[in-house]
Design a protein around this ligand. Structure first.
Ligand code: AHR
Length: 491
Protein backbone atom coordinates (compact mmCIF):
# COMPACT_ATOMS: atom_id res chain seq x y z
CA UNK A 1 0.00 0.00 0.00
CA UNK A 2 1.39 3.43 -0.91
CA UNK A 3 1.04 6.22 1.62
CA UNK A 4 -0.43 9.56 0.66
CA UNK A 5 0.16 12.15 3.37
CA UNK A 6 -1.60 15.50 3.33
CA UNK A 7 -0.52 17.86 6.08
CA UNK A 8 -3.24 20.41 6.81
CA UNK A 9 -0.84 22.21 9.19
CA UNK A 10 1.69 23.12 6.56
CA UNK A 11 -0.07 25.76 4.52
CA UNK A 12 1.97 27.20 1.69
CA UNK A 13 1.21 29.64 -1.12
CA UNK A 14 -2.11 30.70 -2.58
CA UNK A 15 -2.87 28.92 -5.87
CA UNK A 16 -3.71 31.83 -8.14
CA UNK A 17 -6.75 31.09 -10.21
CA UNK A 18 -4.80 32.29 -13.27
CA UNK A 19 -2.75 29.05 -13.14
CA UNK A 20 -5.88 27.54 -14.75
CA UNK A 21 -5.70 29.98 -17.67
CA UNK A 22 -6.04 29.47 -21.41
CA UNK A 23 -4.61 30.81 -24.65
CA UNK A 24 -6.38 31.78 -27.89
CA UNK A 25 -4.57 32.72 -31.07
CA UNK A 26 -5.58 33.67 -34.59
CA UNK A 27 -4.44 30.23 -35.63
CA UNK A 28 -6.41 27.64 -37.58
CA UNK A 29 -9.92 27.27 -36.19
CA UNK A 30 -9.29 28.60 -32.71
CA UNK A 31 -10.80 32.08 -32.92
CA UNK A 32 -12.76 31.74 -36.16
CA UNK A 33 -15.21 28.80 -36.01
CA UNK A 34 -14.02 27.69 -32.57
CA UNK A 35 -15.05 30.79 -30.63
CA UNK A 36 -16.29 33.44 -33.02
CA UNK A 37 -18.85 32.61 -35.69
CA UNK A 38 -20.27 36.09 -36.27
CA UNK A 39 -23.68 37.50 -35.43
CA UNK A 40 -25.26 36.10 -38.60
CA UNK A 41 -24.23 32.50 -38.04
CA UNK A 42 -26.85 29.76 -37.67
CA UNK A 43 -24.77 28.46 -34.77
CA UNK A 44 -26.34 29.88 -31.60
CA UNK A 45 -24.26 32.88 -30.55
CA UNK A 46 -24.32 36.05 -28.51
CA UNK A 47 -22.69 38.94 -30.36
CA UNK A 48 -20.91 36.39 -32.55
CA UNK A 49 -19.51 34.19 -29.74
CA UNK A 50 -20.60 30.53 -29.78
CA UNK A 51 -22.92 29.92 -26.83
CA UNK A 52 -21.90 26.26 -26.43
CA UNK A 53 -18.18 27.11 -26.17
CA UNK A 54 -18.73 30.07 -23.83
CA UNK A 55 -20.93 27.97 -21.53
CA UNK A 56 -18.43 25.10 -21.45
CA UNK A 57 -15.56 27.45 -20.58
CA UNK A 58 -17.59 29.13 -17.85
CA UNK A 59 -18.27 25.71 -16.35
CA UNK A 60 -14.53 25.15 -15.79
CA UNK A 61 -14.23 28.71 -14.43
CA UNK A 62 -11.80 29.97 -17.03
CA UNK A 63 -9.97 32.71 -15.13
CA UNK A 64 -7.89 34.38 -17.85
CA UNK A 65 -7.55 34.21 -21.63
CA UNK A 66 -4.45 35.21 -23.58
CA UNK A 67 -4.85 36.78 -27.07
CA UNK A 68 -4.07 37.43 -30.00
CA UNK A 69 -0.99 35.16 -30.02
CA UNK A 70 1.55 33.54 -29.98
CA UNK A 71 3.52 34.23 -33.10
CA UNK A 72 0.50 36.05 -34.52
CA UNK A 73 0.84 38.73 -31.82
CA UNK A 74 4.09 40.09 -33.26
CA UNK A 75 2.45 40.53 -36.67
CA UNK A 76 -0.82 41.89 -35.39
CA UNK A 77 -1.66 45.55 -35.87
CA UNK A 78 -4.57 46.25 -33.58
CA UNK A 79 -5.96 49.17 -35.58
CA UNK A 80 -6.75 46.71 -38.40
CA UNK A 81 -9.25 45.06 -36.06
CA UNK A 82 -11.44 48.00 -34.99
CA UNK A 83 -14.21 50.01 -36.64
CA UNK A 84 -16.91 48.87 -39.09
CA UNK A 85 -16.27 45.24 -40.00
CA UNK A 86 -16.72 45.65 -43.74
CA UNK A 87 -13.93 48.20 -43.88
CA UNK A 88 -11.47 46.22 -41.77
CA UNK A 89 -8.29 45.27 -43.56
CA UNK A 90 -7.95 41.78 -44.96
CA UNK A 91 -4.48 40.36 -44.54
CA UNK A 92 -2.62 37.11 -44.89
CA UNK A 93 -1.92 35.10 -41.78
CA UNK A 94 1.64 34.24 -42.78
CA UNK A 95 2.44 32.20 -39.70
CA UNK A 96 -0.56 29.98 -39.72
CA UNK A 97 -1.63 28.44 -42.99
CA UNK A 98 -1.41 31.55 -45.20
CA UNK A 99 -5.17 32.05 -44.90
CA UNK A 100 -7.00 35.36 -45.15
CA UNK A 101 -7.44 37.12 -41.83
CA UNK A 102 -10.37 39.50 -42.21
CA UNK A 103 -9.91 41.09 -38.80
CA UNK A 104 -13.57 40.61 -37.94
CA UNK A 105 -12.45 39.53 -34.47
CA UNK A 106 -10.49 42.39 -32.93
CA UNK A 107 -10.16 44.30 -29.68
CA UNK A 108 -13.87 44.93 -29.08
CA UNK A 109 -14.74 41.32 -29.85
CA UNK A 110 -12.02 39.98 -27.54
CA UNK A 111 -13.15 42.20 -24.69
CA UNK A 112 -16.77 41.12 -25.32
CA UNK A 113 -15.63 37.49 -25.16
CA UNK A 114 -13.89 38.05 -21.83
CA UNK A 115 -17.00 39.76 -20.52
CA UNK A 116 -19.16 36.78 -21.52
CA UNK A 117 -16.63 34.37 -19.98
CA UNK A 118 -16.26 36.52 -16.89
CA UNK A 119 -12.48 36.15 -17.17
CA UNK A 120 -9.48 38.47 -17.17
CA UNK A 121 -8.05 39.49 -20.54
CA UNK A 122 -4.34 38.93 -21.12
CA UNK A 123 -3.37 40.93 -24.19
CA UNK A 124 -0.07 40.29 -25.93
CA UNK A 125 1.42 43.34 -27.68
CA UNK A 126 3.56 43.45 -30.81
CA UNK A 127 7.29 44.14 -30.39
CA UNK A 128 8.55 42.19 -33.42
CA UNK A 129 6.90 44.26 -36.16
CA UNK A 130 5.03 46.94 -34.27
CA UNK A 131 6.09 50.34 -33.07
CA UNK A 132 6.34 51.76 -29.56
CA UNK A 133 3.63 54.22 -30.51
CA UNK A 134 1.32 51.46 -31.69
CA UNK A 135 1.65 49.56 -28.42
CA UNK A 136 1.28 52.70 -26.35
CA UNK A 137 -1.84 53.74 -28.28
CA UNK A 138 -3.42 50.32 -27.85
CA UNK A 139 -3.22 50.71 -24.08
CA UNK A 140 -4.57 54.25 -24.33
CA UNK A 141 -7.44 52.95 -26.51
CA UNK A 142 -8.22 50.17 -24.07
CA UNK A 143 -7.90 51.93 -20.74
CA UNK A 144 -7.84 55.75 -20.92
CA UNK A 145 -10.82 57.48 -19.35
CA UNK A 146 -10.53 61.07 -20.55
CA UNK A 147 -10.08 63.19 -23.62
CA UNK A 148 -7.47 61.81 -25.97
CA UNK A 149 -7.32 60.71 -29.61
CA UNK A 150 -7.47 57.01 -28.74
CA UNK A 151 -10.22 57.37 -26.15
CA UNK A 152 -12.25 59.32 -28.76
CA UNK A 153 -11.65 56.62 -31.35
CA UNK A 154 -12.84 53.96 -28.91
CA UNK A 155 -15.97 55.95 -28.21
CA UNK A 156 -16.63 56.38 -31.94
CA UNK A 157 -16.42 52.60 -32.18
CA UNK A 158 -19.13 52.17 -29.60
CA UNK A 159 -17.25 51.70 -26.33
CA UNK A 160 -17.70 54.73 -24.09
CA UNK A 161 -16.22 53.36 -20.91
CA UNK A 162 -12.60 52.25 -20.85
CA UNK A 163 -12.00 48.59 -20.22
CA UNK A 164 -9.98 47.20 -17.34
CA UNK A 165 -6.86 45.43 -18.55
CA UNK A 166 -4.29 44.13 -16.12
CA UNK A 167 -2.21 41.52 -17.91
CA UNK A 168 -0.18 42.91 -20.81
CA UNK A 169 2.57 41.00 -22.64
CA UNK A 170 5.36 42.96 -24.29
CA UNK A 171 6.18 40.66 -27.21
CA UNK A 172 6.04 36.90 -27.66
CA UNK A 173 8.87 34.46 -28.40
CA UNK A 174 11.11 37.37 -29.42
CA UNK A 175 13.99 34.88 -29.57
CA UNK A 176 12.19 33.33 -32.59
CA UNK A 177 8.99 34.25 -34.42
CA UNK A 178 8.82 37.54 -32.51
CA UNK A 179 11.87 39.07 -34.22
CA UNK A 180 14.81 36.64 -33.81
CA UNK A 181 16.36 38.92 -31.20
CA UNK A 182 19.27 38.28 -28.88
CA UNK A 183 18.44 38.37 -25.16
CA UNK A 184 20.26 41.66 -24.56
CA UNK A 185 18.61 43.30 -27.58
CA UNK A 186 15.17 42.16 -26.46
CA UNK A 187 15.92 43.22 -22.88
CA UNK A 188 16.59 46.74 -24.09
CA UNK A 189 13.60 46.72 -26.45
CA UNK A 190 11.44 45.55 -23.54
CA UNK A 191 12.66 48.43 -21.38
CA UNK A 192 11.83 50.90 -24.11
CA UNK A 193 8.39 49.52 -25.07
CA UNK A 194 7.21 49.07 -21.50
CA UNK A 195 8.09 52.69 -20.68
CA UNK A 196 5.15 53.82 -22.81
CA UNK A 197 2.73 51.21 -21.46
CA UNK A 198 1.02 53.69 -19.15
CA UNK A 199 -1.25 53.23 -16.18
CA UNK A 200 -4.34 55.35 -16.80
CA UNK A 201 -6.67 56.22 -13.92
CA UNK A 202 -7.27 53.19 -11.73
CA UNK A 203 -6.00 50.79 -14.37
CA UNK A 204 -2.70 49.27 -13.28
CA UNK A 205 -0.88 47.15 -15.83
CA UNK A 206 0.95 43.99 -14.87
CA UNK A 207 3.77 43.93 -17.41
CA UNK A 208 4.87 40.60 -18.76
CA UNK A 209 8.26 40.17 -20.48
CA UNK A 210 9.02 37.46 -23.00
CA UNK A 211 10.92 34.62 -21.40
CA UNK A 212 12.74 31.57 -22.72
CA UNK A 213 11.89 28.53 -24.71
CA UNK A 214 12.47 25.31 -22.75
CA UNK A 215 16.00 25.33 -21.31
CA UNK A 216 17.36 28.46 -22.96
CA UNK A 217 19.04 29.68 -19.79
CA UNK A 218 21.09 32.25 -21.74
CA UNK A 219 17.86 34.02 -22.63
CA UNK A 220 16.76 34.17 -19.01
CA UNK A 221 20.18 35.40 -17.92
CA UNK A 222 20.44 38.01 -20.71
CA UNK A 223 16.94 39.49 -20.34
CA UNK A 224 16.90 39.48 -16.56
CA UNK A 225 20.30 41.17 -16.42
CA UNK A 226 19.01 44.07 -18.49
CA UNK A 227 15.34 44.34 -17.60
CA UNK A 228 14.47 42.60 -14.30
CA UNK A 229 13.53 45.88 -12.61
CA UNK A 230 11.02 46.79 -15.28
CA UNK A 231 8.77 43.72 -15.32
CA UNK A 232 6.11 42.12 -13.15
CA UNK A 233 6.44 38.70 -14.73
CA UNK A 234 8.61 36.66 -17.06
CA UNK A 235 7.28 33.83 -19.22
CA UNK A 236 8.35 30.27 -20.02
CA UNK A 237 7.16 28.18 -22.97
CA UNK A 238 7.39 24.41 -22.74
CA UNK A 239 5.53 21.90 -24.90
CA UNK A 240 5.55 18.11 -24.64
CA UNK A 241 6.76 16.86 -28.05
CA UNK A 242 7.00 13.08 -27.58
CA UNK A 243 9.27 12.46 -30.60
CA UNK A 244 11.05 15.83 -30.56
CA UNK A 245 10.30 18.97 -32.58
CA UNK A 246 10.83 17.40 -36.01
CA UNK A 247 9.05 14.13 -35.45
CA UNK A 248 6.40 14.80 -32.87
CA UNK A 249 4.37 11.64 -33.48
CA UNK A 250 0.63 11.10 -33.79
CA UNK A 251 -1.98 12.39 -31.33
CA UNK A 252 -3.73 9.00 -31.28
CA UNK A 253 -2.58 5.46 -31.99
CA UNK A 254 0.71 5.81 -30.11
CA UNK A 255 2.41 2.91 -28.36
CA UNK A 256 3.18 2.28 -24.68
CA UNK A 257 6.75 3.50 -24.99
CA UNK A 258 5.50 6.82 -26.40
CA UNK A 259 3.08 7.09 -23.48
CA UNK A 260 5.93 6.96 -20.98
CA UNK A 261 8.19 9.20 -23.09
CA UNK A 262 5.39 11.79 -23.20
CA UNK A 263 4.85 11.76 -19.44
CA UNK A 264 8.58 11.74 -18.74
CA UNK A 265 9.04 14.81 -20.94
CA UNK A 266 6.08 16.51 -19.28
CA UNK A 267 7.62 16.04 -15.83
CA UNK A 268 10.75 17.90 -17.00
CA UNK A 269 8.89 21.18 -16.61
CA UNK A 270 9.59 21.07 -12.88
CA UNK A 271 13.34 21.15 -13.47
CA UNK A 272 12.88 24.03 -15.94
CA UNK A 273 10.82 26.02 -13.44
CA UNK A 274 13.47 25.52 -10.74
CA UNK A 275 16.41 26.36 -13.00
CA UNK A 276 14.87 29.46 -14.55
CA UNK A 277 13.77 30.71 -11.12
CA UNK A 278 17.28 30.25 -9.79
CA UNK A 279 18.60 32.57 -12.51
CA UNK A 280 15.73 35.03 -12.07
CA UNK A 281 16.37 35.19 -8.33
CA UNK A 282 19.95 36.30 -8.89
CA UNK A 283 18.72 39.43 -10.67
CA UNK A 284 15.61 39.78 -8.52
CA UNK A 285 16.69 38.79 -5.00
CA UNK A 286 13.42 40.07 -3.56
CA UNK A 287 11.58 37.59 -5.77
CA UNK A 288 9.23 40.27 -7.01
CA UNK A 289 9.06 38.97 -10.58
CA UNK A 290 6.56 36.15 -11.12
CA UNK A 291 6.96 33.27 -13.52
CA UNK A 292 4.18 32.68 -16.04
CA UNK A 293 4.00 29.55 -18.17
CA UNK A 294 1.89 31.08 -20.91
CA UNK A 295 2.24 28.22 -23.39
CA UNK A 296 2.22 24.57 -22.36
CA UNK A 297 0.69 21.28 -23.46
CA UNK A 298 1.14 18.31 -25.76
CA UNK A 299 2.04 19.10 -29.38
CA UNK A 300 1.77 16.29 -31.92
CA UNK A 301 1.50 15.81 -35.69
CA UNK A 302 -1.64 17.45 -37.05
CA UNK A 303 -4.70 15.31 -37.60
CA UNK A 304 -4.22 13.57 -40.98
CA UNK A 305 -6.02 15.41 -43.78
CA UNK A 306 -6.09 18.78 -41.99
CA UNK A 307 -4.19 21.96 -42.89
CA UNK A 308 -0.65 21.53 -41.44
CA UNK A 309 -0.67 25.23 -40.52
CA UNK A 310 -3.79 24.84 -38.36
CA UNK A 311 -2.25 22.60 -35.66
CA UNK A 312 -5.47 20.67 -35.14
CA UNK A 313 -4.97 17.50 -33.09
CA UNK A 314 -7.00 14.95 -31.15
CA UNK A 315 -6.85 14.68 -27.39
CA UNK A 316 -6.60 11.39 -25.47
CA UNK A 317 -6.11 10.09 -21.95
CA UNK A 318 -2.43 10.88 -22.48
CA UNK A 319 -3.42 14.56 -22.63
CA UNK A 320 -5.48 14.14 -19.48
CA UNK A 321 -2.37 12.91 -17.68
CA UNK A 322 -0.20 15.66 -19.24
CA UNK A 323 -2.68 18.22 -17.91
CA UNK A 324 -2.95 16.55 -14.50
CA UNK A 325 0.82 16.43 -14.05
CA UNK A 326 1.43 20.00 -15.23
CA UNK A 327 -1.33 21.42 -13.05
CA UNK A 328 -0.08 19.52 -9.98
CA UNK A 329 3.40 20.93 -10.63
CA UNK A 330 2.08 24.48 -11.10
CA UNK A 331 0.12 24.15 -7.84
CA UNK A 332 3.26 23.03 -6.04
CA UNK A 333 5.19 26.04 -7.40
CA UNK A 334 2.40 28.53 -6.83
CA UNK A 335 4.71 30.64 -4.65
CA UNK A 336 6.32 31.89 -7.90
CA UNK A 337 4.20 30.50 -10.77
CA UNK A 338 1.33 32.94 -10.87
CA UNK A 339 -0.26 32.15 -14.21
CA UNK A 340 -0.25 29.40 -16.84
CA UNK A 341 -2.07 29.22 -20.16
CA UNK A 342 -2.78 25.95 -21.91
CA UNK A 343 -2.11 26.04 -25.65
CA UNK A 344 -4.72 26.41 -26.97
CA UNK A 345 -8.31 26.70 -25.85
CA UNK A 346 -10.29 25.44 -28.89
CA UNK A 347 -9.29 23.39 -31.97
CA UNK A 348 -5.52 24.01 -31.69
CA UNK A 349 -2.93 21.77 -29.98
CA UNK A 350 -4.02 20.44 -26.55
CA UNK A 351 -7.49 21.93 -26.59
CA UNK A 352 -10.16 21.58 -23.99
CA UNK A 353 -12.81 21.86 -26.72
CA UNK A 354 -13.05 20.68 -30.33
CA UNK A 355 -15.68 21.90 -32.79
CA UNK A 356 -16.93 20.79 -36.17
CA UNK A 357 -19.63 23.02 -37.67
CA UNK A 358 -22.30 23.38 -35.03
CA UNK A 359 -21.01 20.40 -33.03
CA UNK A 360 -18.77 20.65 -30.01
CA UNK A 361 -17.00 17.98 -27.99
CA UNK A 362 -15.21 18.21 -24.67
CA UNK A 363 -11.80 16.55 -24.50
CA UNK A 364 -10.24 14.53 -21.66
CA UNK A 365 -8.16 17.66 -20.92
CA UNK A 366 -11.39 19.63 -20.40
CA UNK A 367 -12.47 17.20 -17.72
CA UNK A 368 -9.16 17.49 -15.89
CA UNK A 369 -9.58 21.28 -15.73
CA UNK A 370 -13.09 20.70 -14.42
CA UNK A 371 -11.87 18.26 -11.76
CA UNK A 372 -9.03 20.59 -10.69
CA UNK A 373 -11.05 23.81 -10.58
CA UNK A 374 -11.48 23.73 -6.79
CA UNK A 375 -7.76 24.39 -6.43
CA UNK A 376 -8.35 27.90 -7.86
CA UNK A 377 -7.64 30.48 -5.12
CA UNK A 378 -7.19 27.74 -2.49
CA UNK A 379 -3.99 27.44 -0.43
CA UNK A 380 -1.45 24.81 -1.34
CA UNK A 381 -0.81 22.38 1.51
CA UNK A 382 2.09 20.02 1.96
CA UNK A 383 1.53 16.60 0.41
CA UNK A 384 3.62 13.53 -0.19
CA UNK A 385 3.03 10.21 -1.92
CA UNK A 386 5.08 7.01 -1.99
CA UNK A 387 6.11 6.32 -5.55
CA UNK A 388 8.14 3.83 -7.55
CA UNK A 389 9.62 4.25 -11.02
CA UNK A 390 7.71 2.66 -13.87
CA UNK A 391 8.09 2.66 -17.67
CA UNK A 392 9.74 0.83 -20.51
CA UNK A 393 13.30 2.13 -20.72
CA UNK A 394 15.66 3.46 -18.09
CA UNK A 395 15.82 6.96 -19.60
CA UNK A 396 12.07 7.39 -19.77
CA UNK A 397 10.97 6.17 -16.37
CA UNK A 398 8.31 8.11 -14.48
CA UNK A 399 6.89 7.96 -10.94
CA UNK A 400 3.76 5.80 -10.86
CA UNK A 401 1.76 8.41 -8.93
CA UNK A 402 1.61 12.20 -8.87
CA UNK A 403 -0.39 14.49 -6.59
CA UNK A 404 -1.09 17.93 -5.17
CA UNK A 405 -3.37 19.19 -2.40
CA UNK A 406 -4.93 22.44 -1.27
CA UNK A 407 -7.30 23.80 1.35
CA UNK A 408 -9.98 26.36 0.61
CA UNK A 409 -11.21 29.16 2.86
CA UNK A 410 -14.00 26.94 4.19
CA UNK A 411 -11.54 24.27 5.26
CA UNK A 412 -12.34 21.84 2.45
CA UNK A 413 -9.37 19.85 1.24
CA UNK A 414 -8.81 19.24 -2.47
CA UNK A 415 -6.57 16.39 -3.55
CA UNK A 416 -5.81 15.64 -7.19
CA UNK A 417 -3.94 12.46 -7.96
CA UNK A 418 -2.76 10.80 -11.17
CA UNK A 419 -1.90 7.17 -11.89
CA UNK A 420 0.69 7.24 -14.69
CA UNK A 421 0.75 3.48 -15.17
CA UNK A 422 -0.98 2.04 -18.22
CA UNK A 423 -1.72 -1.28 -16.55
CA UNK A 424 -1.39 -1.24 -12.78
CA UNK A 425 -3.86 -0.17 -10.10
CA UNK A 426 -2.46 0.95 -6.74
CA UNK A 427 -3.83 0.74 -3.21
CA UNK A 428 -3.39 3.97 -1.31
CA UNK A 429 -3.56 4.71 2.38
CA UNK A 430 -4.49 8.38 2.62
CA UNK A 431 -3.39 10.07 5.84
CA UNK A 432 -4.82 13.51 6.41
CA UNK A 433 -2.93 15.10 9.28
CA UNK A 434 -5.18 16.68 11.91
CA UNK A 435 -8.45 16.32 10.14
CA UNK A 436 -11.18 13.77 10.68
CA UNK A 437 -12.72 13.22 7.27
CA UNK A 438 -16.49 13.34 7.48
CA UNK A 439 -17.55 13.38 3.86
CA UNK A 440 -15.89 12.87 0.49
CA UNK A 441 -16.86 13.95 -2.98
CA UNK A 442 -14.71 12.20 -5.57
CA UNK A 443 -14.55 12.13 -9.36
CA UNK A 444 -12.53 9.89 -11.65
CA UNK A 445 -11.48 10.12 -15.29
CA UNK A 446 -10.14 6.81 -16.53
CA UNK A 447 -9.94 4.79 -19.73
CA UNK A 448 -7.30 3.15 -21.88
CA UNK A 449 -4.35 5.31 -22.87
CA UNK A 450 -5.46 6.25 -26.40
CA UNK A 451 -9.15 6.76 -25.59
CA UNK A 452 -10.61 9.99 -26.92
CA UNK A 453 -13.89 11.63 -27.78
CA UNK A 454 -15.02 12.06 -31.38
CA UNK A 455 -17.96 13.80 -33.00
CA UNK A 456 -19.52 10.34 -33.53
CA UNK A 457 -18.74 9.17 -30.03
CA UNK A 458 -18.53 12.31 -27.89
CA UNK A 459 -18.77 10.55 -24.53
CA UNK A 460 -16.17 7.81 -24.92
CA UNK A 461 -14.13 9.46 -22.14
CA UNK A 462 -15.99 11.28 -19.41
CA UNK A 463 -15.66 11.63 -15.65
CA UNK A 464 -17.66 9.55 -13.24
CA UNK A 465 -18.44 9.69 -9.58
CA UNK A 466 -15.74 7.74 -7.70
CA UNK A 467 -17.05 5.73 -4.79
CA UNK A 468 -14.38 3.11 -4.17
CA UNK A 469 -12.89 4.64 -1.05
CA UNK A 470 -13.24 3.97 2.66
CA UNK A 471 -13.11 6.72 5.26
CA UNK A 472 -10.75 5.73 8.07
CA UNK A 473 -9.59 7.23 11.37
CA UNK A 474 -6.52 8.55 9.63
CA UNK A 475 -8.10 9.76 6.40
CA UNK A 476 -9.26 7.57 3.55
CA UNK A 477 -8.10 4.45 1.74
CA UNK A 478 -8.74 3.85 -1.94
CA UNK A 479 -7.52 2.06 -5.04
CA UNK A 480 -6.54 4.22 -7.97
CA UNK A 481 -7.10 2.43 -11.29
CA UNK A 482 -4.44 2.42 -14.01
CA UNK A 483 -4.35 5.42 -16.37
CA UNK A 484 -6.54 7.72 -14.34
CA UNK A 485 -6.99 11.09 -12.71
CA UNK A 486 -8.98 11.39 -9.47
CA UNK A 487 -10.07 14.50 -7.60
CA UNK A 488 -11.26 14.45 -3.99
CA UNK A 489 -12.98 17.14 -1.97
CA UNK A 490 -12.83 16.25 1.73
CA UNK A 491 -14.91 17.85 4.44
O1 AHR B 1 0.90 27.78 -29.80
C1 AHR B 1 1.43 27.75 -31.09
C2 AHR B 1 2.69 28.59 -31.21
O2 AHR B 1 3.69 28.02 -30.43
C3 AHR B 1 2.61 30.01 -30.74
O3 AHR B 1 2.09 30.87 -31.68
C4 AHR B 1 4.03 30.35 -30.46
O4 AHR B 1 4.18 31.33 -29.47
C5 AHR B 1 4.64 29.01 -30.09
O5 AHR B 1 5.80 28.76 -30.80
Amino acid sequence: MSKLVVNTHNKKSKINKEIYGHFSEHLGRCIYEGIYVGENSKIPNVNGMRCDVVEALKEIKIPVLRWPGGCFADEYHWKDGIGPKDSRKKMVNTHWGGVVEDNSFGTHEFMELCKQLNCEPYINGNVGSGSVQEMSEWIEYLTFDGISPMAELRKQNGQTEPWKVKFFGVGNENWGCGGNMTPEFYGNMYRRYQTYCRNYGQNKLYKIACGPNIDDYDWTEGVMKVAANFMDAFTLHYYTHPGGWLNKGPATGFDEKTWYISLNKTLKIEELINNHLEIMNRYDPERRVDLIIDEWGGWYDVEPGTNPGFLYQQNTMRDALIAGINLNIFNKHSDRVKMANLAQVVNVLQSVILTEGDKMILTPTYYVFDMYKNHQEATLIESYIDTKKIGIEEENLVPNLHESASIDDQGRINITINNLSIGEDYNIEGIIVDKQVKSVQATILTSEMGAHNTFDNPEAVKPEKFTKFVITDKGLDFTIPACSVISFILE
